[in-house]
Design a protein around this ligand. Structure first.
Ligand code: UD2
Ligand code: MN
Length: 574
């Protein structure tokens, strides 16, 4: 196998060796690793096939199971096999700074080799699945803004170490105007030696949407594969993606996204059966279990899962198809909404999105944004809301009202001119949003607009409003200062008597007052708006804000006290 190693890897070995020596690490020869690779090859069964077929089969399987490490790399250090690491007491101070700058534990990341090994979490059927040999090549595009050095390079090396070289055209790093020293000065040196990596620097902050597009414009591969800058690709990740695109160039595909812990960098493989990407009416991305009808459509567990919306960061798309369907909406800034936009567009304009169970890539999910969101000069809107309005205005037809019902703070805002995107939609003869809802995500409940009252639900004596506090599915009903922005404070009282926040219903079972999955109106979820009280007939109680600093609402016997007065901000049907 070592003779098959491409040149850039040899150079790369040298580089790693030098770096390790500089840092005073011991340079360990690579016998164990070689043994492992041999083992992988020997596992392939040769029984009963002719010699040429045998070598062909071997090649195929090698491709889907490709994994090489440069010689000299330590395969057993901290974090090996995807384990988490614990930061020693002496580095606790840096730890805080790391979290501050990146919203993940940079010190933990720095402790782990950029070449760390991962376990093979694929379903065993994936390992023997056959893929065609003449797959298209891919450019891998990674854009970043002030990413941590070790996570960025672990992303890069995980691509190189686990992608068959003949399929990897190049890795394009797009620097979205980072201002960290090491990224500006040392990155060129490091990556030129890897040969397959190119850097493009943007002179001003563009946001991930236009940054990815710049990468795409420079890409030479037939397929574009996008990754975030804090990912780790698992063994066999790319081949299934390319094979699905080779079947049909309008297939847009994503891996299963495993979770790398932001605390200790443990690689947590999400278990089967997987969840798939969906959206909620406030145009928020979410994960939901794969519905039965989709499970039944698939013939075996290696088959792709049709996905209404993709997470956005990790996917592959045929380059010519990407251009044909209008790349991204370049009117969107920084972050957010572009994943919904491209998902709606692909489905409505004749393509398909699938998540492929045999492809797994880890991603560090961050609890908050470590970067700023510079808004457009003169605009009165935050960046994400503006992006989402563009999605709603271009793609959602009459259903956009459900978004604006929840985000009624946006109704008075100036809408962007989206005529170019509407023209694109017309040119591509895309289907309606109604079609998308009925065919691609039929399980999504369209909000009942036949409601009795809607808006924020305010208790005037405290100026507190009912609030989900951002929690969903099985959470107590919260209280918070009224903010007039809808979202977590937007409730509707349907004509059937459900008090709903998005797809949850308020439920009182005689014990606790929770937002739960709607039960089709068995009586724990039935409420009446009586004068100013929210009354539940089954238990004969009213919603009560409790003491003036209570965090959660409760119920009490109805007695008309001020704590039981609730006003809906608007009651008109919109
Ligand atoms: C998710 C996606 C992300 C993107 C986003 C919606 C996954 C795993 N991640 O958020 O790719 O689709 O949803 O917009 O699906 N970056 C820039 N310039 C900026 C801001 C970010 O280059 O102004 C880079 C950033 O360094 C990272 C990538 O863009 O490499 C995605 O940003 P993120 O990781 O903050 O987004 P994430 O994972 O929260
Ligand atoms: Mn990310």
């Amino acid at each position: 196998p070592s003779s098959q190693r491409p040149k850039w890897n040899v150079q790369h070995d040298q580089l790693v060796k030098e770096a390790d020596q500089r840092e005073g690490k011991q340079y360990i020869p690579n016998e164990k690793k070689k043994a492992r690779i041999n083992l992988t090859y020997q596992k392939i069964s040769n029984k009963g096939i002719s010699a040429s077929k045998r070598s062909q089969k071997k090649l195929e399987q090698m491709t889907a199971n490709y994994e090489r490490y440069p010689s000299g790399v330590r395969l057993k250090g901290p974090g090996a096999r995807g384990e988490g690491v614990s930061v020693p007491e002496s580095r606790k101070d840096d730890e805080e700074e790391g979290f501050e700058q990146h919203s993940f534990n940079r010190v933990a990341s720095d402790m782990i080799s950029v070449h760390r090994t991962l376990q093979d979490h694929r379903n065993s059927r994936c390992k023997i699945k056959k893929y065609p040999q003449d797959l298209p090549t891919s450019s891998v595009i990674i854009c970043f803004h002030n990413e941590a050095w070790s996570t960025l390079l672990r992303t890069v090396h995980s691509v190189i170490n686990r992608t068959p070289p003949q399929l990897l055209k190049e890795i394009i790093l797009v620097d979205d105007a980072s201002d960290r020293d090491e990224l500006r000065t040392k990155l060129e040196d490091y990556v030129t030696k890897l040969k397959v990596v190119r850097i493009i620097r943007l002179s001003k902050r563009e946001g991930l949407i236009r940054a990815r597009l710049t990468g795409a414009e420079h890409a030479k591969g037939q397929v574009l594969t996008f990754l975030d800058a804090h990912c780790e690709c698992s063994k066999g990740w790319l081949v299934p993606l390319l094979a699905k695109i080779a079947e049909n160039r309008s297939n847009v595909v994503m891996p299963v996204i495993d979770e790398i812990s932001d605390q200790n960098f443990y690689y947590h493989a999400v278990p089967e059966p997987f969840h798939r990407g969906i959206f909620r009416w406030r145009l928020e991305f979410g994960w939901k279990p794969v519905p039965q009808y989709e499970m039944e459509r698939r013939k075996d567990e290696t088959e792709g899962i049709r996905t209404p919306v993709m997470a956005g960061g990790l996917f592959s798309i045929d380059k010519s198809y990407f251009n044909e369907i209008g790349t991204y909406d370049t009117g969107m800034d920084i972050w957010g909404g572009e994943n919904l936009e491209i998902s709606f567009r692909v489905w409505m304009c004749g393509g398909a999105i699938e998540m492929l169970p045999c492809s797994r890539v880890g991603h560090v999910f961050r609890p908050r944004f470590p970067y700023s969101f510079p808004a457009r000069p003169g605009g009165d809107l935050d960046v994400v809301s503006r992006n989402l309005m563009r999605v709603a205005d271009v793609w959602m037809d009459e259903y956009s009202k459900h978004f604006y019902n929840i985000r009624f703070d946006l109704k008075r805002k100036k809408h962007d001119d989206v005529s170019e995107r509407l023209a694109l939609r017309k040119k591509l003869q895309c289907k309606s949003f109604k079609w998308y809802l009925e065919n691609i995500i039929p399980e999504l409940e369209v909000p009942d607009t036949n409601f009795v009252a809607a808006g924020q639900v305010r208790n005037p004596s405290s100026d507190k409003c009912l609030d989900t506090l951002g929690k969903k599915d099985d959470a107590p009903l919260g209280l918070y200062e009224c903010h007039g922005q809808g979202g977590n404070q937007y409730f509707v009282l349907t004509s059937k008597g459900e008090l709903k926040s998005e797809d949850n219903c308020l439920d009182y079972n005689g014990y606790d007052l929770y937002l739960r999955e709607c039960d089709g109106l068995q009586q724990n979820q039935k409420w009446e708006y009586k004068k100013t009280a929210l009354y539940q007939p089954r238990h004969d109680v009213c919603i009560d804000r409790g003491s003036s600093n209570a965090e959660y609402a409760k119920v009490r016997a109805c007695d008309g006290r001020l704590a039981q007065v609730w006003e809906f901000s608007r009651t008109e049907d919109m």
